[in-house]
Design a protein around this ligand. Structure first.
Ligand SMILES: Nc1ncnc2c1ncn2[C@@H]1O[C@H](COP(=O)(O)OP(=O)(O)OP(=O)(O)O)[C@@H](O)[C@H]1O
Ligand SMILES: [Mg+2]
Length: 145
């Protein structure tokens, strides 16, 4: 898609930018405040992993509309060391760096779709999607009587 947002990731500042850009893009689609925070958090976790484990990579943000179902797609990819055991990496509390080990499993829970492909020595690609809920209200609630 032509309106893909391609963001190089190599520093903490880039992580913050990706988080903000993702939030802005999702807001344009009509996501609510709460979901915007979930999406932004998922983006910063995968972007932070790029900085921490691969040194550099990119986050690509795009909008999609499958069968009239709008959503945001986040792709985080790097050509870093890769992940030898994905099952382990997706487990709560697993970290090779003495961190919380909640980044990947957390991002997975926060988004609707989550896919990770990784090859040792080649790199890692995380693809996440979040669909706009159908019930998203575009009008204010009338005050309670
Ligand atoms: N892009 C990546 N390249 C290589 N290894 C990765 C990458 N992302 C994650 N990993 C590996 O998967 C493990 C789990 O990642 P996860 O983000 O869940 O936890 P963490 O980064 O260790 O801790 P936290 O994110 O909670 O601070 C990491 O410790 C690391 O070994
Ligand atoms: Mg992490």
């Amino acid at each position: 898609m032509s309106d893909d947002l391609r963001l190089p990731i190599k520093s903490d500042a880039d992580v913050v930018t990706a988080r903000q850009q993702g939030r802005e893009l999702a807001a344009r689609l009509g996501f609510g405040e709460c979901e915007l925070t979930l999406i932004a958090t998922a983006i910063s976790e995968v972007a932070r992993n790029i900085v921490e484990y691969a040194g550099r990579g990119e986050v690509v943000l795009s909008l999609t509309d499958v069968n009239n179902s709008p959503g945001i797609i986040v792709v985080a990819r790097d050509e870093g060391p890769g992940i030898p055991n994905l099952e382990l990496a997706l487990r709560d509390g697993y970290s090779t760096h003495g961190s919380l080990g909640l980044g990947l499993p957390g991002a997975r829970r926060l988004m609707d779709e989550f896919e990770i492909v990784s090859e040792v020595g080649k790199g890692t690609t995380v693809t996440m999607k979040k669909w706009l809920p159908r019930h998203t209200m575009r009008f204010p609630l009338s005050p309670r009587r």
